[in-house]
Design a protein around this ligand. Structure first.
Ligand SMILES: *[C@@H]1O[C@H](CO)[C@@H](O)[C@H](O)[C@H]1NC(C)=O
Ligand SMILES: *[C@@H]1O[C@H](CO)[C@@H](O)[C@H](O)[C@H]1NC(C)=O
Ligand SMILES: *[C@@H]1O[C@H](CO)[C@@H](O)[C@H](O)[C@H]1NC(C)=O
Ligand SMILES: *[C@@H]1O[C@H](CO)[C@@H](O)[C@H](O)[C@H]1NC(C)=O
Ligand SMILES: *[C@@H]1O[C@H](CO)[C@@H](O)[C@H](O)[C@H]1NC(C)=O
Ligand SMILES: [Zn+2]
Length: 953
């Protein structure tokens, strides 16, 4: 698609109207990390909205409607009128940041009832008539029943109203409430984010509603199928900016009404309850196409042009999706805003997407090509959701995988549109397929699809936001699109979106529409889309397909990383899949087939799963493996580059599963001295990482280092030559990535020339204050220099971190600071992770994981997490998405009897506190540790011998 269709910036720029010169400059008196205070005390707020909860006689779970997590079907919301007024300075009496608001929700009674349940969490209500927490009126003019009791249910998060009579079926009612909430820094609901600008503290009020925190901002029917029309009014200081999902309808000045508090109102209209968001403050760039596209961020970031890249690519990507979906962008505007504090990567609020700064802001001087790719793919991911997820929404969270898997697949298509030279679509194999294979090969994995009734509590919903939903979902949808062909896939997708626009679906609705497309097109399949996909969606795991070229037999079995692990979940398909197979023979692509019990044999080598479009691993008989190894070492380019990465990854994992010998896997690395491509190298480094993790505390470490240093030296020299002794940047996106691998592995394995190079650059930076290091190389150069250096290097990097003006640079430093070999620096750094003025809350868990990755930091990080678990858990939110990363991260190296005992003890000790979204990760860690112990016992001697043999040769 040409780039000419949108108006160039100079034409399109409209006055920046947002009072940018007069942004709120708020200096808070003191920082109150008030969630701490508010803990276990929902009535800490100043208003008198205490509950009038009736005495509970039965403490055991009862059958009352308000004890259930799902809403009854009796009431259906239609229109909300919500007014919110966030205070960007702390309340004088108790030093808390608060917001006040009121809401009128109009709903229809679908089933006769005398009970109103509406979600509400951590809100305090003003008592209205007769001391009740709400007022009910009838829309039709007849008299509404009276409220007899009203109270809050903190566990199930309801406001409950008992009525003295029944609501009539099909009649409409209005429920009015007035409430106060805390504008805490807890990254959930209506919350606040802070940053410094020219020595002044700035406060932003923003939201993260998904999945279950809209109820923390105002009372609402907080389920994805409860779509409604929202009229949002925001009251805010003159000189600040208010944004909402919809376009602004009206602006009113309140200055006259409340003379002491000059404010203005903004009214927005929007739909869809779980994806609402409000921003405040910020400057903006303004850009016109057929929709209005704007990027918001801190004022200096916009002034420095850091929003330009996002602005440049949003138009083409939106255009791409309009074509892909055959559906116009459903809203008049598309705002994207970068927030200093944000837990996830981004959130697809309809028409107002929120991002971490690193996921939206690009600066040529500071951003690496990997940062740039992340921005392009995340923007594409979120824009994809504007249709798939927002226009059409899955009915309940159990189908989350389809929503996230889909966006995680098409993000590559959208990014490819914006950056056609990158070959970014190939990278899904490393970032999603191979990544999730590691998790999905465990007996503790779970199927993509969950039963609706199994997903009830907010923590259960949060747990679904995992690698299975995102990466496996993306992988199987890519496979589906491939075997249907993109033409048929998009045809089905288009009718699905058309049919269900503004409605809700279940995942089988998509299969139905794809089947219609298959029928219309006459595509031949071995079974229906529904039946084929069920084998991938309803059972966990994936197959290893074995092609035995001596017998010609092709077979499949459930691939388990630990062959001794026990699969306790039965599968209706007995862990058999309907497998599409693309393959080649001695470099010649063959006609694709579906797995049957007979196939290839003969003299040629056979290679299956071309470009890894299938979600499975492949094994061969020893003869064919040998032929493939020969092909790699004589003419590796006869094998497509993605499949070279696959051969390495499959071999290492098959070896872990004891399907092939470990030495055969190691043999796949011997050709690397001739390999120059990124994907195979990255695959090898990823797999060898496991050897580092298992052996970097043992005598095998030295021989591994010697072997890899030898292999990588060729690559290092190749890039030195290509870059004219490190003075130029390689042209290709993949080459830029592989240059980083070359330097990183060369330095890590102790190549002196590399260490001199990186230390030289860093020292030059320290002495001259001018940073000579290209952004692509910064993470790895900083890390190596800090590892080789001492306190001076660390302190220098820390001061650069604290003063960084762009989050992307700060992130690189934050990562590198974890590389020091000094235990005292690491321990102090760990302490910093729980001090939000040192390390932002959103970055705490990843920083701890970085430290744990360091062999010196591993045990320090584990001790730290164990000792502070209940604090981390309560302070960093049970609904946060990163607990599984934290637990998996700090236990990754575990491989001893002693460590497994500690892990079990940890699980037992904290059973009461819980693990939230990390619950599954605890079990996965235990399983992984057991597997590691066995693996070391069985492999250490052979591995040591293999590396010694290579080094002698
Ligand atoms: C809601 O609050 C705003 C601001 O305090 C007020 O102007 C408005 O009248 C309130 N709405 C109702 C229905 O009371
Ligand atoms: C954005 O696009 C303009 C016009 O094509 C170009 O000059 C500019 O370099 C681009 N900016 C970025 C950061 O890509
Ligand atoms: C392939 O078939 C031969 C002959 O039956 C058998 O010995 C060998 O173990 C098989 N290899 C694999 C990987 O299944
Ligand atoms: C460096 O690159 C040039 C041109 O690509 C090539 O001719 C030369 O042989 C290379 N030198 C080394 C040492 O690899
Ligand atoms: C690395 O630096 C040291 C000290 O400056 C020097 O002696 C050595 O020759 C350098 N090594 C290489 C390979 O450049
Ligand atoms: Zn998403």
């Amino acid at each position: 698609m040409g780039k000419g269709f949108y108006i160039s910036k100079s034409v399109g720029v409209v006055a920046i109207i947002l009072g940018a010169g007069a942004l709120a400059t708020i200096i808070a008196l003191s920082v109150v990390y008030s969630q701490e205070k508010a803990k276990n005390n929902d009535n800490v707020l100043p208003t008198d909205g205490g509950s009038t909860k009736p005495p509970v006689t039965t403490p055991a779970p009862s059958n009352n409607p308000w004890d259930k997590y799902r809403l009854p079907k009796s009431l259906v919301p239609e229109i909300y009128h919500v007014t919110l007024w966030p205070r960007l300075t702390p309340d004088e009496t108790n030093n808390l940041y608060i917001f006040t608001g009121n809401s009128t929700v109009e709903f229809k009674c679908a089933e006769v009832t005398d009970l109103i349940l509406i979600h509400s969490n951590k809100l305090n209500y003003t008592k209205l008539e007769n001391n009740h927490l709400a007022r009910l009126t009838s829309v039709n003019g007849d008299k509404a029943p009276s409220i007899t009791k009203s109270w809050l249910e903190p566990l199930t998060q309801y406001l409950v109203l008992q009525l003295d009579g029944k609501l009539s079926k099909d009649h409409q009612y209005q429920l009015f409430t007035e409430f106060t909430g805390e504008l805490a820094d807890d990254l959930g609901g209506f919350y606040r984010s802070e940053y410094w600008e020219n020595g002044e503290r700035k406060v932003v009020a923003t939201t993260q509603m998904q999945p279950t925190d809209a109820r923390k901002a105002f009372p609402c029917f907080d389920e994805p199928a409860m779509k409604a029309i929202f009229h949002i009014t925001l009251i805010h200081d003159a000189g600040t900016v208010a944004l909402s999902n919809g376009a602004e309808i009206r602006k009113e000045s309140w200055a006259k009404k409340i003379p002491s508090y000059p404010t203005s109102t903004m009214i927005f209209k929007l739909m869809n309850v779980y994806i609402m968001s409000l921003g405040n403050v910020f400057s903006s760039v303004y850009f016109m196409m057929w929709v209005q596209v704007r990027i918001f961020a801190r004022k200096p970031a916009i002034a420095a042009g850091q929003g330009d890249y996002a602005l440049n690519i949003t138009g083409p990507i939106l255009k791409f999706f309009e074509k892909y979906y055959s559906s116009k962008y459903p809203l008049p505007k598309s705002d994207q805003i970068a927030l200093p504090d944000f837990n996830a990567g981004a959130m697809e609020n309809w028409g107002l997407i929120t991002y971490r700064e690193t996921a939206l802001l690009y600066d040529e001087e500071f951003s690496s090509n990997s940062n740039k790719q992340r921005i392009a793919t995340i923007i594409a991911h979120e824009l994809a959701h504007m249709w798939f997820g927002n226009l059409v929404t899955l009915r309940w969270w159990n189908d989350l995988w389809l929503n996230e898997g889909f966006a995680s697949y098409v993000e590559y298509l959208g990014a490819d549109e914006a950056e056609p030279d990158w070959n970014v679509k190939d990278l899904i194999v490393l970032s999603d397929v191979h990544r999730v294979f590691a998790v999905d090969a465990l007996a503790s994995s779970h199927p993509l699809s969950s039963k609706e009734e199994d997903i009830q509590k907010p923590a259960q919903i949060s747990e679904l936001f995992d690698a299975i939903s995102y990466s496996k979902g993306a992988s199987v949808l890519r496979m589906l699109s491939d075997f249907l062909t993109e033409e048929v896939f998009t045809l089905g997708l288009q009718t699905y979106l058309e049919r269900f626009a503004f409605k809700n679906t279940v995942y089988t609705d998509l299969w139905k529409h794809l089947q219609m497309a298959v029928t219309a097109n006459g595509t031949k399949l071995p079974d229906t889309v529904h039946n084929i996909m069920n084998t991938w969606v309803l059972q966990m795991g994936f197959p290893v397909v074995t092609i035995n070229t001596t017998t010609g037999v092709v077979s499949q079995e459930h691939f388990l990383l630990d062959p001794d692990s026990e699969v306790t979940t039965p599968s209706q398909f007995n862990y058999q899949w309907i497998v599409p197979i693309k393959w080649m023979k001695t470099g010649i692509i063959q006609t694709p087939e579906w797995l049957t019990e007979k196939s290839a044999s003969g003299e040629d080598w056979v290679l299956a799963n071309l470009n890894v479009v299938g979600y499975y691993r492949v094994n061969y008989d020893v003869n064919n493996w040998r032929k493939l190894l020969t092909a790699l070492s004589t003419n590796h380019e006869a094998i497509p580059v993605i499949n070279r990465a696959q051969l390495v990854d499959d071999a290492f994992n098959l070896a872990r599963a004891k399907i092939i010998p470990t030495v055969l896997a190691l043999d796949t690395t011997k050709y690397l001295s001739r390999e120059r491509e990124y994907m195979p190298w990255d695959s090898a480094i990823g797999n060898l990482d496991f050897f580092f993790l298992m052996f970097d505390r043992s005598e095998v470490y030295g021989p591994i280092q010697d072997y890899l240093r030898e292999q990588v030296t060729y690559l290092f020299r190749y890039y030195k030559n290509m870059t004219d002794s490190w003075t130029k940047v390689p042209n290709g996106h993949m080459d830029q990535y592989n240059q980083v691998n070359a330097i990183s592995l060369a330095c890590r394995t102790g190549l002196e020339e590399c260490q001199n190079l990186t230390m030289g650059w860093f020292t030059q930076w320290m002495h001259t204050e001018i940073n000579p290091i290209h952004p692509n190389l910064r993470s790895t150069v900083y890390c190596n220099a800090i590892a080789a250096g001492g306190a001076a290097e660390w302190e220098f990097a820390w001061s650069k971190f604290k003063n960084a003006t762009i989050a992307i640079e700060a992130d690189k430093l934050r990562y590198a600071l974890a590389c020091t070999k000094q235990p005292w620096l690491l321990n102090r750094y760990l302490e910093y992770t729980l001090m939000p003025e040192m390390i932002r809350k959103q970055d705490a868990t990843s920083t701890i994981v970085y430290i744990a990755n360091n062999v010196i930091g591993q045990s320090l990080a584990w001790d730290f997490v164990r000792a502070r678990w209940s604090y981390i858990f309560s302070e960093y939110g049970g609904g946060s998405f990163s607990f599984s990363n934290l637990i998996n991260g700090v236990t990754e190296r575990f491989s001893t009897e002693f460590e497994i005992q500690q892990l079990r003890q940890f699980k037992e000790d904290n059973a009461e506190v819980g693990f939230g979204s990390g619950t599954l990760a605890v079990d996965q860690s235990i399983e992984r540790t057991i597997a590691n112990m066995k693996w070391i016992a069985e492999n250490k001697d052979t591995v040591l011998k293999w590396f010694n043999d290579q080094n002698k040769a």
